[in-house]
Each structure stands twice: as structure tokens, then as C-alpha cells.
Design a protein around this ligand. Structure first.
Ligand code: FCB
Length: 511
């Protein structure tokens, strides 16, 4: 690490300043305004480029992310069809507290306020998802004009706020009609329908939205929705379910994985065919990143090889055009059935690779025996965030893009999600002091900057999430937002982390 010398003219907030701020609080000034004033003051005091070599590249997209079902509400308005998440959340016992996304953040009606708030907190790019059943209530066939109109209005609002729109085409809300008719992703019909839908949306929005993500977290929705996913957290087996809540045999789950990557490839082709010239498209997968426990060349090589295998069903086949031998051999009779033509579609060239990065899939060390690495378990005392699954390991956001680059030579990389929930409370002064989230962001973004400084082409970062929202089976109990939402009144309150984000985005640097 290079030593960074504070440039002359940099002024810290002194004890006198903080006394002044405390005085303002005593004078009844709201804490949010005070924090804003302090941050504006600190920025004004700094010479340009004050962060020295801790800056991100020029034009770096400081973004936030959400998804349709988690924020929109309006679940049956303006001709929208039901999605598998509507059905799942309406099934008693599936979601904590019986919460549903029927209203969620009511973003469908409040999108203008939400865009204005994002602008206030320094957001330069926004990754949202499009609800497939809002556009095609039956999954295929006749589009619903009012559905696409909503996204037209949202994109216009973003453009006029100088926020770059990034649209995800599938964030888990399959039209229920396709589940009923074909059994959902079990069917080879779904990739075809998805391609048609993707082309239609690109044709409508790509005059203003220049970036499209095909599918969000392939592995998560397949394993949780169709595989009855279970994992060991601190010695306890915990189940994570998602819509449609099926528990199929492995062979069928593996075939579904194959269908999702075909869908991705068909969508890439459709966006290219129907989008305006220059429209960019790529996946948004939660990369299973192996992190070298020790930073020595042989362990780094081992981490690359382990990452390639761990992503065999998704990123590796999309970017290499074949399933690895080890993947197919390991599955044996449960391996997916596929054709050469399908592999060609799956590997349709992408413009960028989007990766969601929360935690390492594993730490590894090199070994002399095949396959050349071994997994090192997390220590029992390894720190975790509010969610017990979220092991704190900020270096993963350095290694994940770095390994993505060395394995697949990505032209551009986006961190499509990163973030944490915290046990937020509104204090008497009306603020949320989410110190753990700020610690998390600072640590992760410092590591991400390290990747960009190494020349890894990371073009943007999307913090999950702009605002608290419906966190799948956890309902509204897991707060991931930079902006706090009171789900009874729909009041939005930027948290301390939003002020932190704004400062970092404004300076294009972490510190
Ligand atoms: C990711 C999902 C996103 C949100 C975050 C916390 O796996 O893509 O919708 O739930 O986790």
C-alpha cells in the first residue's frame, strides 16, 4: 500500500467545529441538516483531488440498486399480471410477519420522490429491475402499454436528475402465468419467452437506458426457488426458500440452471437486435469468489482455479462457452442435457460482467494434489454482520473483480450489488446512526479502489440498496437501505450512511 500524504490545505473537522455543530443541534437544527452542513463544509475546505491516489477513475458510476418486487408495490394495478412472488408471498407462512410486496415502498406511485432523494444523496447511477408481468401480464403475447409507461416515466425522471439508468430484466418475478402453463424455469419455453420480452423492453427503453443486465443472481433464485437451498450457519442448518418454493431433484435443478443461462444468451442477442446502437448488455451474477487466504502467487493461482470451477454452471459457461469437465464429471447422471447450439447461445458475447459481491464463497490455499487448492473454513470467531450469513471479508471486493478480469478478460466490470443490513433505529434527533454500515462501506470501497488502482476495469458500484425494502422471506425486517423507510407511513429518512455515500460519491474517493 502506498502511503498517502494529506495534501496541504486539507482541514479536518476540529473539536471546535464539532462543538459548533453540537451547538446547532442544541439550537434545534435537525441532525440531518447538520450532517449535511458538516459534509459540505469539509468538502469546501479540501483542495480538488484531495484524496490523492485513493480516487476512483473519472466517470466512475456511484450507484444504488433495487428490484421491482422489493419496492414497487402496485402488485395488481394498471394491468399488471401476477408474478410467482405475488403468489408465494400470499401463501401463509412463507414470509416473516406475513409481509408481502403488495405495497412495499409504494415506489410505483412515489418514484419521483425516490429519484429526488437519490439525487440528494449523491447517486450517479441507479440499477432497478423491470417487472416482466407488468409488461407481459401473461408472460408472452400482448404487451401492457401501461406497464412499459411506468418504466418510461421512471427513466425520464432519472435522466432529468442526471442519474444514469441501468435496467435489470429479471430479478426473480417470473409471470405466474408461465409458472402455471409450463412449470416455470423447468421448461425450455421460458428462455424463449424471456428473449422476446428482453428484446421488447430494449426496443422501448434503449434510447435512454444504455445498460441492461439480463438476470440477477442466477444461482440464488434457482437454488432457493427450485432446490430447497439449505446452508450451515454457525453449525445450524438454515433453509432459504424463494418463489416458487419447490424442492426438486438435483438433475432437474441442474437442467433449470442450464435454462437460465440459455435465457441469458437469448436476451443478450435480443437486446443487441432490438436496442439502439451502443446499447450494452451483460449478466448480474453473484460470483462465487474464492479468496486467497495468503497473498502469494501460488495461492492467488489456486483462488483463480477454484473460482472458475465454483462458477461453472453460470459465469464460466457464459464466458467460456462450455461446461468444465470437472463440473460435468462431478454431476454424473445429474448433469444437464445440452446441445452445441445452446452453448453458442449461452456464450453470446457480453459488453460487461456484472457481479454481486457480498462475501467470499470460501478462502483457499494452494496444494500440490489435484485440484490444486483446498478450502479453508472461516474461523468460528470470524466477524459477521447483522445477517449471520454475511461474514465480514472486505477483501472479496478486491479479489472478485481482479479474478474475473484475469480469468475472462472482462472489458468492463460492474459491482451490481454490495451492502449489508443493520439493526437500524431512528434516534430522538431523527437520525439513523448506522455505524456498522458505514464501517462496511468504507472497508469494501477501499478494497474496490485498490482493484481500480491495479487497472481492473471496474466502471461502477451499486450499493444494495437505495432504501430499505422487502427482503424476500425476511420481509421488512432486514433493512439494507441507505435511506430508512417507515413502512407504515412511507416516510423516507436518509441514514448516516447516506451522508457518507454522498461525500464519497462527490469526491470520487473513499477517504
Ligand atoms: C441479493 C439479492 C437482492 C437482495 C440482496 C440483499 O441476493 O439480489 O435482491 O435481497 O441480496
Amino acid at each position: 500500500m502506498k502511503r498517502v500524504v494529506a495534501p496541504s490545505g486539507t482541514r479536518k473537522i476540529t473539536r471546535r467545529d464539532s462543538l459548533k455543530l453540537a451547538g446547532a443541534a442544541a439550537a434545534g437544527m435537525p441532525m440531518a441538516a447538520i450532517a449535511q452542513r458538516a459534509s459540505a463544509q469539509a468538502t469546501a475546505d479540501r483542495p480538488e483531488g484531495g484524496a490523492g491516489d485513493r480516487r476512483f477513475p473519472d466517470g466512475f458510476y456511484w450507484g444504488t440498486a433495487t428490484s421491482a418486487y422489493q419496492i414497487e408495490g402496485a402488485w395488481n394495478e394498471d394491468g399488471k399480471g401476477a408474478s410467482i412472488w405475488d403468489t408465494f408471498a400470499h401463501t401463509p407462512g412463507k414470509i416473516a410477519n406475513g409481509d408481502t410486496g403488495d405495497v412495499a415502498n409504494d415506489h410505483y406511485h412515489r418514484y419521483k420522490e425516490d429519484v429526488a432523494l437519490m439525487k440528494d444523496i449523491g447517486v450517479k447511477a441507479y440499477r432497478f429491475s423491470i417487472s416482466w408481468p407488468r409488461i407481459f401480464p401473461e408472460g408472452t403475447g400482448r404487451p401492457n402499454e401501461k406497464g412499459i409507461d411506468f418504466y418510461n416515466r421512471l427513466v425520464d425522471e432519472l435522466k432529468s436528475a442526471d442519474i444514469e439508468p441501468f435496467a435489470t430484466l429479471y430479478h426473480w418475478d417470473l409471470p405466474q402465468a408461465l409458472q402455471d402453463k409450463y412449470g416455470g424455469w423447468r421448461s425450455r419455453e421460458i428462455p424463449e419467452a424471456f428473449g422476446d420480452y428482453a428484446g421488447y423492453v430494449a426496443g422501448k427503453l434503449s434510447d435512454r437506458a444504455r445498460h441492461f443486465f439480463t438476470i440477477n443472481e442466477f444461482s440464488s433464485f434457482v437454488e432457493m426457488g427450485y432446490g430447497g437451498f439449505q446452508t450451515n450457519i454457525n453449525g445450524k442448518i438454515v433453509s432459504f426458500e424463494a418463489a416458487p418454493g419447490l424442492h426438486l431433484e438435483r438433475a432437474e435443478v441442474n437442467q433449470i440452471k442450464h435454462h437460465t443461462v440459455i435465457a441469458h444468451g437469448l436476451a443478450v442477442e435480443a437486446v443487441r437486435a432490438m436496442g439502439k446502437p451502443g446499447t450494452k448488455v451483460g449478466p448480474a451474477e453473484v460470483i462465487q469468489a474464492a479468496v486467497p487466504l495468503i497473498e502469494a502467487p501460488r495461492h492467488i493461482k489456486a483462488a483463480e482455479a477454484a473460482t472458475r470451477e465454483a462458477n461453472a454452471a453460470f459465469l464460466t459457461v457464459m464466458l467460456e462457452g462450455k461446461y468444465t469437465d470437472a463440473y460435468l464429471a462431478g454431476l454424473g447422471a445429474d448433469a444437464p442435457k445440452f446441445t452445441e447450439e445452446e452453448l453458442r447461445i449461452i456464450a453470446s458475447p457480453v459488453d460487461f460482467i456484472g457481479i454481486n459481491v457480498y462475501k467470499p464463497a470460501r478462502y483457499v490455499l494452494a496444494t500440490d494434489e489435484a485440484p490444486g487448492w483446498r478450502v479453508v473454513p472461516f474461523a468460528r470467531s470470524h466477524p459477521k454482520m447483522f445477517n449471520r450469513w454475511l461474514t465480514l471479508a472486505p477483501e472479496v471486493i478486491y479479489w472478485a473483480p481482479k479474478i474475473t478480469q484475469s480469468l475472462w478478460g472482462a472489458k468492463e466490470i460492474f459491482i451490481t450489488e454490495n451492502g449489508c443490513a443493520s439493526d437500524d433505529v431512528i434516534t430522538e434527533d431523527g437520525m439513523v446512526y448506522d455505524t456498522d454500515r458505514i464501517m462496511f462501506l468504507r472497508a469494501f470501497l477501499t478494497q474496490l479502489q485498490r482493484a481500480t488502482a491495479d487497472g481492473v476495469p471496474v466502471r461502477g458500484y451499486f450499493q444494495w440498496s437505495s432504501m430499505d425494502n422487502f427482503e424476500w422471506i425476511e420481509g421488512f425486517g432486514n433493512r439494507f437501505g441507505l435511506i430508512h423507510v417507515n413502512f407504515e407511513t412511507q416516510k423516507r429518512t436518509p441514514k448516516a450512511s447516506a451522508h457518507w455515500f454522498r461525500e464519497a460519491a462527490m469526491r470520487n474517493a473513499v477517504a
